[in-house]
Design a protein around this ligand. Structure first.
Ligand code: DLZ
Length: 165
């Protein structure tokens, strides 16, 4: 959970499965690039640190977070992709644009995940300011990209466990 009181990247990494055979897609929004690059690097490095193979991680760039849903769905439909991580940063502006984008992406990623039966992880920051975003992209509140990668691994584990019996 993200809050001032609790570090964003405090999460358990015990009993994670072998992911050396798993294939991942990371889709990254170009808006607020400084933030999304830091989130991507966190997610990518965390996958590698936990046993993923670099050749098994593909990256796709989209113009803005609104496009994450479509790209995540395209990757999740592929037989050679097991999980997708969607990376974006939508900063509150003077208009309600951010509200529409945030709701569309959250709902869209959920729908794409259910439709493809694959984990699609919401690695999208929705801060009020760029400063808050940077604090959560490798700053004092950790890196939400790390958390997204661990979430993908945990969901793959649960998926394989739930398929047994
Ligand atoms: C238009 C827009 C605005 C105002 N703000 C952001 C933002 O903070 N973060 C982001 O990822 N994308 C933003 N966009 C772009 C939209 O996500 C989308 O790319 C365009 O509306 C085109 O569909």
């Amino acid at each position: 959970m993200s809050s001032a009181a609790k570090n964003l990247s405090v999460f358990s990494t015990e009993n994670l499965p072998d992911i050396s055979q798993n294939r991942f897609a990371i889709v990254v929004a170009e808006w607020n690039e400084e933030v999304t690059e830091a989130l991507f690097n966190g997610a990518y490095q965390t996958l590698l640190n936990h046993g993923a193979v670099a050749e098994n991680i593909v990256r796709g760039n989209v113009p803005g977070s609104y496009e994450l849903t479509t790209a995540a769905y395209w990757f999740a439909q592929r037989d050679d992709i097991d999980a997708v991580i969607a990376i974006g940063c939508v900063i509150q502006g003077e208009t309600k644009h951010n509200d529409y984008i945030n709701h569309a992406v959250a709902q869209g990623l959920t729908n794409a995940s259910l439709k493809t039966n694959k984990p699609i992880i919401f690695g999208v920051l929705t801060p009020n300011t760029q400063q808050q975003a940077l604090e959560r992209a490798g700053g004092i509140h950790g890196n939400k990209g790390d958390e997204a990668a661990i979430t993908a691994i945990k969901m793959l584990k649960l998926k394989s466990e739930s398929a047994k019996e």
